[in-house]
Design a protein around this ligand. Structure first.
Ligand SMILES: [Mn+2]
Length: 211
């Protein structure tokens, strides 16, 4: 499954695939924008199939409902909403391109990386909190960092086993090629590198010159 979004000067591509021949993907995602922000979230439901999907889709619906609040508060609502489910790991990224900063809050193994177009510039590395959300009390810290102009972000579930260096190469290719070429390269890479799990991969680049 592929999707393109052009939101608030961001060019965003989503790739999602269920584990093996499964019909239901246990991951869910959300991509949305308002005047000042772009928000992306990936939730990976514990286990697989319908139960996993139930938890992860509940998580992204709750994020959508509370998306104006601080991200630790958003994930607090998500936690409460997952009480009767198996639970999920979730990461939420909210970027404000005009003020060059981003907020991040995550729990568990959904990775987020920020890549600067200019390698000499330092960018923050968001770190998810340990654990998962299933209605039990959790300690949620949220972070704020600098987001570079024309910077790139990726957010992906653990069905994708990509390491830091590869992410930089992927971001470069996203900048340099058409979406079609990019997606075929990404699929080839994922079929060689990924583990057997549901996978969701979202990449976005700030491209103010296009809008
Ligand atoms: Mn997973």
């Amino acid at each position: 499954m592929f999707e393109h979004h052009y939101l608030n000067s961001f060019d965003i591509v989503v790739f999602q695939k269920a584990k093996g021949d499964d019909k239901i993907c246990g991951d869910s995602y959300l991509v949305q924008a308002d005047d000042q922000h772009v928000l992306c979230a990936v939730a990976d439901g514990l286990g697989s199939g319908e139960w996993a999907w139930e938890a992860s889709s509940q998580a992204t619906q709750t994020i959508e409902t509370y998306s104006k609040e601080s991200l630790d508060s958003v994930l607090g609502h998500v936690n409460a909403s997952l009480l009767k489910t198996r639970g999920a790991v979730v990461s939420v990224l909210r970027i404000a391109p005009e003020t060059n900063h981003f907020e991040f809050c995550g729990i568990g193994n959904v990775n987020v990386k920020i890549v600067s177009p200019d390698d000499s510039k330092k960018v923050g590395h968001p770190m998810p909190n340990p654990g998962f959300l299933s209605g039990r009390p959790v300690d949620l810290k949220h972070e704020q960092h600098y987001f570079p102009s024309e910077g790139c972000f990726v957010i992906y579930s653990d069905g994708i086993g990509l390491i830091n260096n590869t992410i930089k190469d992927i971001a470069k290719r996203f900048e340099q090629t058409s979406h079609e070429v990019f997606l075929s390269e990404l699929q080839a890479l994922l079929s060689s590198e990924s583990v057997s799990d549901d996978m969701t991969f979202i990449i976005g680049q700030h491209r103010p010159q296009f809008f």
